[in-house]
Design a protein around this ligand. Sequence first.
Ligand code: PHE
Length: 451
Amino acid sequence: MEEKKESFGSRIGFILAAAGSAIGLGNIWRFPYLAAKYGGGIFLVIYIILVVTFGFSLMVTEISLGRRTGKSVIGAYKHADARFGFLGPIAALVPFVITPYYCVIGGWVLKYLVTFVCGQGAEATSDDFFGGFISTAGQTSVFFIIYAALTAVVVIFGVQKGIEKVSKILMPILVLLSIGIAIYVMTLPGAGEGLKYYVLPTFAGFTVAKLLKTVVAAMGQLFYSMSLAMGIMVTYGSYMRKQDSIEASTRQISFFDTLIAIIAGLIIVPSVIIFSGGDAAALNAGPGLMFVTLPKVFDSMRGGYIAGAAFFILVAFAALTSSVSLLETMVSIVSEKFKLGRIASTTVCFIIVIVMGMLSVLGYSSWSEVTIFGYQILDFFDFISNNIMMPIVALLTCVLVGYIVKPEYIEDETTLNGETFKAKGLYNIMMKFVCPIFMIIILLTPFFVEI
Ligand code: PHE
């Protein structure tokens, strides 16, 4: 079923669905730990520059490609140029790598949600709580499987519409609650230092290698957070109505996606500095950062456990809308390729998610000595998807658009409703020169500096 006839009923419907996919753990869990690790302010500035240049150009490209060809990721590239048909399957492979470990982190969120809802938030503040949890394979796998099953149930029963409705209400609450928590954090003693670290770029001790690493990390985060370079936006574009503005939609989606990431960082990065007594090493905690730091923030707050419970419920919802879009993509690929029904293909994908996800679970527990190129298993999946597979897809997309079908192919689609493509100049330069060169640098960097 390659021809997609149905479309979103309204522009806002499209924006919400795309933003629902984009806004998730990437913003709340991943962005803050990268910002903390890669120098705070510098990471923030680099990230914002990348969003308005690369992120914008790639998102316009993917949505236009989908809408113009009317095909999902597997067919769209082939339709644009037969020689680029192979790109569809490569992009389609990315969700197979991301979904399993995404569900593992979703399981961590569930664990915290249950802990806070059951009024045991105080336990989560101890330094060993997070470490103790992820190193017990039994517990982590139970929460992981429950989270993956929830995602699969939504995909099977197709209750997305319901989820979308609920998240339309919950997302604004998440934003407001996060702003409230961020303001609270700003009132804590020591917050000034933390805020300075987060927003002011400091170039002291910055080497070229470090700058490169920061750019590579920010770029990987950009793909991940904006759900780019894996065909999701191509597929969504194929459902978009012809009269709606691609350029304006892209700006709005990237704005909200970035805003939420920045607010999450505003809570987490200064808090790390506050609660570690200014210990810079604490900023390097990596994937566990949000889970280790947030309970301390809630603990210090009056009524903090209620805020904590509410926060984790909202984060779980944000994550669920993203994992549903990831699993949905896997399911549509499997059902198209193997001509399976919805339930059968969801079952197949669920099994893949469980098997691969268990590798990530074990990688942090029973098999914690196992590393691949120096990475824990979960971090390795994260690395190959964000730093290898997505840059390859992005690079080839730029070659396709910049040199084969030419940027006019995309421009025609963006101007279909009579508007002008305002960022045309920037877009052309990005697709032809800056993006491809950058992608090559990103792909080569791991060979020269240790990421
Ligand atoms: N963008 C989502 C997030 O930030 C993750 C995601 C990636 C979702 C790819 C769908 C596809 O959490």
